[in-house]
Ligand binder design. Structure first.
Ligand code: NDP
Length: 399
């Protein structure tokens, strides 16, 4: 029926490719293209013989003309951008030039400024609409499933949503004193930035990790969590009518925080270039090179993730608090697709988002965040493809 071009061959792409092959009713052909072709070939090797023909290619996704040439050659129906947020705009440009639909899991961030914002990608709205093309932004777990959960809560469970607390708990243990579960550069840029949350029509900024709380997560236990700014706060504040407050909390262990503080104190998390033996290097990129590759954590990680949203609002005039979440197991994810659960919880929704466009359920010219589209078919697919959701009608609030 349809061919997808996956760009990137890291942890998330590995899961998405496995899941596309599992959903072969929709994905009848794949091309996996990335900067390092050998990683695409390794992935193809794992998936060959499962009924979906796979080709591979080398591409520098920072270069629009290389992307255009690849898309002309492979003729995909959708491009799934599972590389890094730095490549979002070049890949969107190539999709516009070749007339192909687009999907990603993280919003654009300039490589030389630790700042992510939707304005750059939202600016493509008219061009995608006029070309009759669909672009789906942020179809991972957070952003992604958290937006779909919000749309579902608004459609079925609430007349008004007043507050959304997104809680992201990774209770996994990989045995290293310090490692990140997805791309270290992106992860560290995110957690060292100032915190920010939405309240009464404006964003309130806090120093990094200044607001914390403790929560009892089913499947994991009691964990400390910290308020971070996360990209879906910007889109949910715009798209969930009447919402008064949105916050995002992520859990971190003591060892992670101690290492991060130390690395920050010595300047290793900086993105300002420095001269080292006559060569310009960026400390954070050097740090990435010495840290464990997130893809290598798969076989070592034990424990579970518990990610979801607590909604507060009104239904039929009565106050209501309601929670939707998913629990995923690192070892089960690794057994199934060879990646730990953080990649799993991102790669599955990426495949589902692409299948929504390819089957027509989310085929709508323009640039969309997932909460702007019908949540129902996506919610069904979460249950079918390995991320079943759990409802809690009486959740504990975040104190
Ligand atoms: P990885 O670092 O494991 O993989 C990134 C891949 O992109 C690598 O294969 C890399 O190639 C490739 N790549 C990087 N730059 C280029 C380029 N210029 N041209 C072509 N390929 C390139 O990252 P993850 O798989 O962990 O993350 C993928 C995306 O998912 C990121 O954008 C991340 O922010 C996002 N994410 C979203 C989440 C969500 O819930 N929404 C959660 C987790 C991640 P090479 O092998 O050569 O380095």
């Amino acid at each position: 029926m349809a061919k997808a071009l996956i760009i990137g061959a890291g942890g998330v792409a590995q899961v998405a490719a496995h899941k596309c092959v599992e959903n072969k009713r929709v994905f009848t052909e794949l091309c996996i293209a990335s900067r390092t072709r050998s990683r695409c070939d390794e992935l193809k090797h794992k998936l060959d013989g499962r009924g979906v023909p796979i080709s591979t290619a080398q591409v520098n996704a920072d270069n629009v003309s290389e992307l255009v040439a690849l898309i002309h050659k492979e003729k995909p129906d959708i491009v799934m951008n599972l590389a890094l947020p730095y490549q979002d705009l070049t890949i969107m440009d190539a999709c516009l030039e070749t007339g192909v639909d687009y999907l990603d899991t993280a919003n654009y961030e300039p490589e030389d400024t630790a700042k992510f914002e939707y304005k750059w990608q939202w600016a493509y709205q008219d061009r995608f609409r006029e070309r009759g093309l669909t672009a789906i932004l942020g179809s991972g777990f957070d952003p992604g499933v958290t937006g779909v959960f919000s749309a579902y809560a608004l459609k079925h469970e609430f007349d008004e949503i007043h507050e959304i607390d997104i809680l992201d708990c990774n209770g996994g243990d990989h045995g290293y004193p310090f490692a990140t579960n997805f791309n270290p550069e992106i992860n560290i840029r995110e957690v060292t930035a100032n915190g920010r949350y939405y309240e009464d029509g404006q964003f309130i900024e806090t120093p990094p990790m200044a607001i914390s709380s403790r929560y009892d997560f089913e499947g994991v236990g009691v964990r400390d969590m910290y308020l971070l700014y996360h990209e879906e706060l910007e889109s949910l504040a715009k798209h969930i009518p009447g919402v008064r407050r949105i916050r995002f909390f992520m859990t971190f262990g003591e060892s992670y925080l101690t290492h991060l503080r130390c690395l920050q104190n010595v300047g290793m998390t900086s993105i300002e270039p420095i001269l080292y033996q006559g060569i310009e290097i960026i400390p954070l990129q050097f740090l990435k090179a010495v840290l464990p590759d997130p893809a290598s954590l798969g076989p070592r990680t034990k424990g579970k993730t518990n990610i979801g949203c607590i909604f507060t609002g009104k239904k039929d005039g009565v106050d209501k608090v309601w929670r939707l979440y998913n629990i995923s197991d690192h070892e089960e994810a690794y057994r199934e697709v060879g990646s730990q659960a953080v990649s799993y919880t991102t790669g599955v929704p990426a495949m589902i988002g692409a299948s929504m466009v390819l089957t027509g359920a989310w085929k709508k010219p323009g640039v969309w965040n997932v909460e702007q589209l019908d949540p129902d078919p996506f919610m069904d697919a979460l249950n079918r493809f390995g991320l079943p959701w759990i409802v809690d009608d009486n959740p504990a609030p975040v104190l």
